[in-house]
Design a binder for this molecule. Structure first.
Ligand code: C2E
Ligand code: CA
Ligand code: CA
Length: 405
């Protein structure tokens, strides 16, 4: 949001908001001075003098209570208005431990103020009322507290999974369609949970991304996949490993770590492909392009995953150093029944050729798909028809047997 369009000016002495009103916005002082005061035991007491750079009026937006103070411009004042909606959105997007802490802090503050007023007035604290208040507020937060605790537990479990080696890479073969041989594989993460058994990435990658744990987990994946490539090379030196990267890893800029892993594992860099999704590419094209060029400089290949779902402008594609285009499963699943999907797959194969990229069609479940894709000159195919993702030992056995039986 452009804050510039939310500037308000007040003459000296003007009321900005009054105690007891609902809150519509918070303010940051750009120029001038503001006084906050509150009615305490029947007397208007000044509680703060604020100056440039200070914020006020945020409390009632956070916990939806009425204004607990009156704000008056002491000098001519210029204020930046932060609308309620903006603050609410930021709070809703934040980790629920953060929003819960905010609310608890405010609640304590308000409670303390009530007690203080009692003490100042020389009254006995009304125990019954205090007790009642604590009861209700605990009730209101019970659900939120439960969710926060659950999430914290899930995050701890995932951290433990990484530390205790419960994470494992599976490998799904990628087949060269014209030669019918295994050309490479995609590494796909699994969590071998001591109680729940094998957990698929759909159940924990989201949490890993939200909590930032994807950064250390992603580095572990890169290193493990590079080491696996070296082991596979003893069976077939041409075999490549394609590794999934997530958006958070780009934000964290893993360039240095990637280079270190490539050096330390001494992997054959031409046999490493890094997969990034089309939507990540389009979300931040300039920054991502720069990082991808650095990756290319290290000697690895770049593949665009889930292609066709991220609304790329085709005219943009040539700006990225892309070697491989992976056609999204949704088109391959439906191309036998849906002429539009079929046309999309044909067009993407032609497009990739024209741009000098190779094509992997994902989600091949039927021999008829293979025939269609061969007719379209798609280079590679991947899907349950050839094999599901497998643990490493099974995958190496598959390598030995594929095409010979
Ligand atoms: P993705 O990168 O698009 O991976 C392909 C997914 O499709 C895999 O699911 C694979 O098992 C599944 N698949 C492959 N062929 C077929 C088929 O013929 N039919 C059907 N129905 N499914 C097929 P998986 O392993 O559950 O992974 C799901 C997603 O989780 C991946 O989608 C990827 O976005 C993410 N993921 C998996 N491993 C990693 C990882 O190491 N790092 C990151 N950042 N994300 C990962
Ligand atoms: Ca992928
Ligand atoms: Ca995919």
């Amino acid at each position: 949001m452009a804050f510039d369009s939310h500037i308000r000016s007040y003459e000296a002495g003007r009321v900005i908001f009054s105690e007891g009103e609902p809150g519509e916005a918070a303010y940051i002082i750009d120029q001038g001075k503001v006084e906050l005061s509150a009615l305490i035991n029947g007397e208007q007491v000044v509680i703060a003098h604020l100056k440039k750079g200070e914020m006020f009026g945020e409390m009632s937006l956070i916990d939806d209570q009425l204004r607990s103070a009156t704000a008056i411009a002491k000098t001519p004042a210029r204020l930046i208005v932060v609308p309620r909606k903006y603050i609410r959105e930021k709070i809703d997007l934040s980790d629920n431990l953060v929003s819960m802490s905010l609310r608890v802090v405010l609640e304590r503050y308000r409670e303390m103020r009530i007690r203080l007023e009692h003490v100042l007035a020389g009254k006995e604290l009304d125990h019954a009322r205090r007790y009642y208040q604590q009861e209700t507020s605990a009730g209101v937060h019970a659900e939120e507290a439960r969710l926060a605790a659950e999430r914290l537990q899930a995050e701890n479990n995932l951290r433990e999974a990484l530390e205790e080696n419960q994470l494992e890479l599976f490998y799904q073969p990628i087949i060269n369609l014209s030669e019918n041989r295994v050309a490479g594989c995609e590494s796909l993460i699994r969590w071998r949970h001591p109680k729940r058994g094998l957990v698929s990435p759909g159940e924990f990658i989201g949490l890993a991304e939200e909590t930032g744990l994807i950064v250390p987990i992603g580095l572990w994946i890169l290193e493990e996949a590079c080491r696996a490539q070296k082991r596979f090379a003893t069976i077939d030196s041409d075999l490549y490993v394609s590794i999934n990267l997530s958006g958070r890893q780009f934000e964290a800029d893993i360039t240095d770590e990637l280079e270190k892993i490539l050096n330390e594992t001494d992997v054959d860099r031409k046999r490493i492909k890094l997969e990034i999704t089309e939507s990540l590419l389009m979300a931040n094209p300039l920054q991502v392009a720069e990082i991808l060029y650095t990756f290319k400089g290290f000697g690895v290949d770049i593949a665009i995953d889930d292609f066709g779902t991220g609304y790329s402008s085709f005219s943009y594609l040539h700006r990225f150093p892309i070697d491989v285009l992976k056609i999204d499963q949704s088109f391959v699943f439906t191309m036998r029944d849906n002429p539009k999907s079929l046309e999309i797959v044909r067009t993407l194969c032609t497009l990739a050729k024209a741009l000098g990229m190779s094509v992997i069609a994902e989600g091949i479940e039927d021999p008829a798909d293979v025939k269609i894709l061969r007719d379209f000159s798609a280079d590679f195919g991947q899907g349950f028809y050839f094999s599901k993702p497998m643990p490493e030992a099974e995958f190496t056995a598959f390598l030995g047997s594929y095409g010979s039986g």
